[in-house]
Ligand binder design. Structure first.
Ligand SMILES: [Fe+2]
Length: 228
């Protein structure tokens, strides 16, 4: 989605449009950087699914909860609450675990270690409970997840899996979630009394999460796994 699809610009949208454009570009670049699945060994294919699972399974709801705890507007609260309700009610972590099992890609110790440092950086950022920044990060996360589903599903098929519930659900649902999170962002920005920090500062969480996603996609590019 681009800013043009918003049509008329309200003052809030004129604030969020450049941020949304930055996020759209970051998602586009990440998708374009995905390694050609045909050229990956089975173990490299397994690794991407396993690192994705290591990051998403136990952290998505936790980070969305941090967004809930950090926002102040009624509108943002209700949008994020709806998102969380669906995650919990429909057992999305369980859906992802099934997907990983079927693709023989359950995360191992070394998969967890490979993402450790960048994951910890996002956790420390999230712990600061900065509403606007976390909502931006989660809008980026949802947007990237949606766009990544066809690639993830392709990897799983190459691993001999026919399990597609997780990728089917997230390819469609998260388009709506991303749009809703931008509405939450507008509501938060409307309530902000102090002048907002510059976009580079607001996008701090997006940058940290992007580094983490790069570690999911490119194990070797990220360098050797670092011990804690
Ligand atoms: Fe989900």
């Amino acid at each position: 989605m681009t800013s043009e699809s918003f049509g008329l610009m309200t003052p809030e949208r004129s604030h969020t449009a450049p941020l949304q454009e930055h996020i759209d570009r970051a998602i586009h670049d990440l998708i374009a950087s995905c390694p050609n699945a045909e050229q990956l060994s089975p173990d490299e294919q397994r690794g991407i699914i396993a690192r994705y699972t290591a990051v998403l399974e136990g952290n998505f709801i936790y980070w969305m909860t941090a967004a809930y705890l950090s926002v102040v507007s009624q509108q943002a609260h209700s949008i994020i609450q709806e998102n969380l309700r669906e995650e919990v009610r429909d057992n999305h972590p369980g859906m992802l675990r099934k997907f990983a099992i079927a693709a023989h890609a359950v995360p191992t110790d070394s998969d967890a270690l490979a993402v450790y440092r960048n994951l910890e950086n996002v956790r420390l950022f999230v712990g600061r409970l900065s509403g606007v920044k976390i909502v931006l990060m989660m809008a980026f996360f949802e947007g990237w997840i949606t766009r990544f589903m066809p690639y993830l599903e392709g990897l799983a098929k190459r691993q001999g899996s026919a399990e597609q519930e997780y990728t089917d659900v997230h390819g469609v649902v998260d388009v709506v979630h991303t749009q809703e999170l931008f509405r939450a962002l507008e509501a938060e920005m409307r309530l902000s009394h102090d002048p907002l920090p510059p976009p580079t500062e607001l996008l701090e969480g997006v940058g940290l999460l992007r580094s983490l996603i790069q570690t999911i996609l490119h194990l070797r590019a990220a360098g050797p796994a670092l011990a804690p």
